[in-house]
Design a protein around this ligand. Structure first.
Ligand SMILES: [Zn+2]
Length: 177
């Protein structure tokens, strides 16, 4: 099972869109957890950003408390800037061993006046990032196919170029796991 964990205020429509799309793409039941406050201590006032690792640790602690932690995956969604020691801007990060991931939607906002949850470009960016990070929790590696969702994307231009789908090779690998 995959659980989506909204940290702070995330539009309900966006979460519901993710729930349906992730269930379809991974062939798993997807559950939406109740919204949680951002982890205490995650905020770094010097950088005005949040440490991504604290979100992953929180999700891992929650995963261990579920009825069947061995089959559970958790993905957090947060509307705040994240960083880690390797990167000043983190769109998403996964821990393949602990099967948890976090996606920041803060950098995915397009320059649009539409309501965020109704903006198709924003929704698709969030979906691609979520599928990519969850893919890592299935031990999928980065892909050389520029259209595959597992293609590495550190910038928005990379994210917009690739699709939200797995290439045939990655689809086959996912089916086996
Ligand atoms: Zn691929």
């Amino acid at each position: 099972m995959i659980s989506i964990v909204p940290f702070g205020v995330i539009p309900k429509e966006l979460v519901e869109f993710l729930r349906e799309e992730l269930a379809y793409r991974f062939g798993e039941a997807v559950h939406v957890a109740g919204a949680e406050p951002l982890p205490e201590g995650a905020f770094d006032p010097k950088r005005d950003q949040y440490r991504s690792s604290l979100f992953l640790r929180r999700l891992e602690a929650e995963r261990q408390e579920t009825d069947r932690p061995e089959t559970e995956r958790r993905i957090g969604i947060v509307d705040a800037d994240l960083y880690n020691p390797e990167s000043d801007i983190v769109l998403g990060e996964a821990d393949p061993v602990d099967r948890v991931a976090v996606v920041s939607v803060a950098c995915l906002h397009p320059a649009s006046k539409e309501r965020l949850d109704e903006d198709p470009l924003f929704r698709v960016r969030v979906l691609k990032e979520a599928v990519h990070e969850l893919g890592h929790t299935y031990q999928l590696d980065h892909c050389d196919n520029p259209k595959c969702v597992m293609d590495r994307s550190d910038a928005l231009t990379d994210l917009d170029r690739k699709s939200a789908d797995f290439c045939l090779a990655h689809q086959a690998t996912l089916k086996r796991r």
